[in-house]
Design a binder for this molecule. Structure first.
Ligand code: GAP
Length: 466
């Protein structure tokens, strides 16, 4: 069952079926970098599309943008990242390894150290004998110090301080600095949102849990600008909207929960943050998405640092104000991992002869399934195969489709079950007479026979309705 699937199983499954590979594997790999294979890339695109559909296309009050990864370095001063986007780093003098100090403390003692000062952590590590270097058991640690997570780079050929730039650690700032542009060039009125999907980069001290925490990852963020005073209500609204999005995509509600950040641990910009968490079998409850009330912090700071007035003029009320911002911020890679874990099943199922066989099946929602349908000719021989090929060619522009004519039908079904393909269409000898084909449902394994010319509409309905 999905909730007992181990990390090792998911990692090897992902590799075997072409979802996710270790990056640069032929050179021994690079820690915390992953590449998406033929099935993974389709699934990732589907997640992005589902998010964009629900956040932009289905709404009248949200528009999209696509900002640059490398921005003016002042952006990150204004946003507070240069000063405060730090993790606490501690170095073991015995093994030379570096750890996130709060993680080291929590794993050894259960004490929640997030938010403690470097001095407090240093004292705790020195005094509490339970805290040891996980590699060699040593207890000789250097003082804890803040470590900025932003990746630095240089623009142009000269590596000098005035050319220092950063790879963005969140997509959100690209939205804030374009607030005025969007306001002036589209017909948005508060309350409205700006959505963006793109890569972000953080030099995490301890990445891990496969694609859960990496140094390069993809975010889907939406900044929703509201009138101050209406922010708390909008915050509640977005928490519910976003939670429902996950259940609509098929994640079982019992594996989702909301986590309220304690006041003393809120990020520097936040008035209130609620996470949507997933119960990963290997890591427990962990964040998929954070929904923060960022107040007017970012627009105010960018106004101060840039000298540009970033206000909204409310014509009806004849007054200007800096809007407050509600931000649902999700990660594509984490959502993909949660969807895979939730959908992964190993079960007994009858084969063509009615005998029970073990099958691995990914019960993914059709909208996120990498391949929407597979077309099988019962035999490689003509004219059956020609009919199947024609059907495949006719449908293949609509979505990712797969054609398979090798092996027994039973084996072909199993391969598609494992890849999460929700529907298989089989052309057989009877098709030549009755012009009908069989559509088989991955989860129920039930089959229906329908006219060949009805396949396109039937599949479209099955994919979007469920
Ligand atoms: N703009 C707010 C912001 O960036 P965050 O909670 O730091 O908030 C939002 O990030 C989401 O981005 C997280 O919920 C997670 O899904 C994803 N994310 C953050 N760091 C990540 C990492 N190192 N690897 C993979 N995903 C990450």
């Amino acid at each position: 069952m999905s909730q007992t699937v181990s990390m090792e199983k998911i990692v090897s499954f992902c590799k075997r079926r072409g979802f996710v590979y270790q990056s640069s594997e032929i050179y021994g790999g690079i820690r915390s970098s992953y590449d998406y294979g033929p099935l993974g890339v389709e699934m990732k695109r589907n997640i992005r599309e589902e998010w964009w559909r629900s956040m932009v296309y289905m709404r009248d009050d949200v528009v999209g943008i696509d900002a640059a990864v490398i921005m003016h370095p002042k952006v990150w001063e204004a946003s507070g990242h240069v000063e405060t986007f730090n993790d606490m780093l501690v170095e073991s003098r015995t093994s030379g390894r570096r750890y996130r100090a709060d993680h080291l403390i929590e794993e050894a003692t259960g004490i929640d150290a997030e938010g403690m000062s470097p001095e407090e952590m240093t004292r705790l590590i020195q005094e509490d004998e339970r805290i040891k270097d996980p590699v060699d058991g040593g207890r000789d640690f250097a003082p804890v110090r803040p470590f900025n997570l932003m990746f630095e780079t240089y623009t142009g050929p000269v590596k000098s301080p005035e050319n220092l730039a950063y790879l963005r650690p969140e997509t959100a700032q690209g939205i804030f600095v374009n607030f005025k542009n969007v306001l002036q060039t589209s017909r948005v009125k508060v309350p409205f949102g700006i959505a963006q999907i793109g890569k972000s980069f953080r030099n995490e001290i301890t990445p891990g849990n496969f694609i859960f925490r990496t140094r390069e990852f993809e975010q889907m963020e939406m900044e929703f600008f509201v009138e101050p005073g209406t922010d708390e209500e909008w915050h509640e609204y977005w928490i519910e909207e976003r939670r429902e999005w996950y259940t609509r995509l098929g994640i079982r509600p019992e594996n989702l929960r909301l986590y309220e950040h304690p006041k003393e641990k809120l990020s520097h910009y936040s008035k209130r943050t609620v996470d949507i968490e997933y119960n990963f079998p290997f890591a427990g409850w962990s964040e998929l998405e954070g929904i923060a009330n960022r107040t007017d912090y970012d627009l105010r700071r960018h106004s101060e640092y840039s000298g540009e007035k970033l206000e909204y003029f409310d014509q009806a009320k004849n007054r200007s104000y800096i809007p407050y911002v509600i931000e649902p911020a999700a990660g594509v890679d984490r959502i993909l991992l949660a969807l895979l874990v939730d959908a992964y099943h190993e079960e007994e199922a009858p084969n063509a002869k009615g005998e029970l066989e073990r099958r691995t099946v990914l019960k993914l929602h059709p909208r996120v399934a990498p391949t929407k349908a597979a077309v099988f000719p019962l035999t490689k021989k003509e004219p059956v195969s020609a009919v199947a090929r024609r059907l495949y060619d006719d449908l293949k522009g609509d979505y990712r489709l797969f054609y398979d004519d090798s092996g027994s039908i039973g084996r072909r079904y199993r391969r598609q079950d494992e890849a999460g393909t929700p529907f298989c269409v089989t052309v057989d000898f009877d098709t030549l007479e009755d012009k009908k084909v069989t559509i088989r449902d991955r989860d129920t394994m039930e089959q229906e026979r329908i006219p060949i010319e009805a396949v396109r509409d039937r599949l479209a309905k099955l994919i979007s309705a469920s």
